[in-house]
Ligand binder design. Structure first.
Ligand SMILES: [Fe+2]
Ligand SMILES: [Fe+2]
Length: 315
């Protein structure tokens, strides 16, 4: 049989003695989708004439709903509406309805705490603190700790000593692998205008995370781009927007939005580590795919038979 790996496929290791890829079928996996910065507006108005954020969120929700395997959880990390009005939350909830059973929401600087709490009353715990919308979700193999660092009437955020106490207590309570989800990323990204209006006391949050290495992943939004770094052994990842993205331009005096595709992230816990994927959701009418099912079936057959992935030269 001629087996030719497609150009788009992964490199094939032809050595029969090469170590086999490790798979851990018995480990407990959790699939955590993340959406962020949906910025739903009162009407289907566009952002800077670039993006209709209602239309793009509908498209992302449809994409998430069709994922197989389906995500166990969909974290929504803030700026879910543009102005925090009840009309915007009402529109948001109806767009999210197909995946409402797995949404775990957190506010961003564009949200309004009172309206946010009312809109998501059915999904938020009864014992939310009065001062912030931080809470813990405890019924998955990994703990989800939502950290709300927004400030009323402000577009920047703060991780003050009372939030530090709340987070310290929440993380000390359980040593299971943990995801912290929040809106403002606790590090400088190099997009200066965003860094300068970001999280005050980010170093305090970094120090708190560093004291708790069982925080295996910290996810945020706010930057409207996919950006990653580490805090000690913790992977830190920023999710792009489901609407408009910010242009990748690290010049300190420039800033622009750009019509890059709406996106989400998928954080896969395999029982040992998180792996983060970024999914782009382009207009379905413009998307082309090539089916690699036969190639994948042959890979699976060889893997299960213990056969080497030898290159086959075709004339
Ligand atoms: Fe945003
Ligand atoms: Fe934001």
């Amino acid at each position: 049989m001629i087996w030719k790996d497609p150009a788009a496929g992964p490199p094939i290791d032809s050595s029969a003695d090469a170590p086999r890829p490790v798979s851990s079928p018995n480990l407990c996996t959790v699939l955590i989708a993340q959406i962020s910065d949906c910025h739903i507006r009162d009407r289907a108005s566009t952002f800077g004439r670039l993006v209709d954020t209602t239309e793009t969120l509908i498209r992302v929700v449809e994409h998430l709903r069709a994922l197989d395997p389906a995500p166990d959880v969909v974290l929504a990390t803030g700026d879910l509406t543009d102005d925090g009005t009840s009309a915007q939350y009402s529109a948001l909830r109806s767009i999210l309805a197909p995946i409402a059973d797995r949404i775990v929401p957190l506010p961003g600087n564009h949200d309004e705490s009172r309206e946010f709490r009312q809109a998501f009353a059915d999904l938020l715990p009864d014992n939310l603190p009065k001062e912030h919308c931080s809470y813990v979700v405890d019924h998955h193999p990994v703990r989800l700790v939502g950290l709300d660092t927004t400030l009323p009437g402000r577009h920047d955020g703060r991780f003050d000593s009372s939030l530090e106490s709340w987070l310290e207590e929440s993380l000390t309570a359980d040593a299971r692998p943990t995801v912290v989800f929040t809106h403002f990323p606790p590090f400088e990204t190099g997009l200066k205008f965003m860094d300068q209006s970001g999280l005050a006391d980010a170093d305090r949050l970094q120090a708190t995370i560093s004291r708790h290495p069982h925080v295996r992943l910290l996810v945020a939004g706010h930057l409207h781009r996919s950006i990653q770094t580490t805090i000690n052994t913790t992977l830190v990842s920023i999710c792009p927007s489901t609407g408009n993205q910010l242009k990748l331009d690290l010049h300190p005096d420039r800033a622009a939005a750009i019509d890059e595709p709406p996106a989400f992230q998928l954080h896969r816990w395999d029982g040992e580590r998180f792996v983060t994927h970024t999914g782009l959701v382009r207009n379905p009418e413009l998307v082309q795919t090539v089916d690699l099912g036969n190639y994948a079936a042959e890979v699976r057959r060889r893997h299960e038979a213990g056969e080497p992935f030898s290159k086959v030269v075709t004339s």
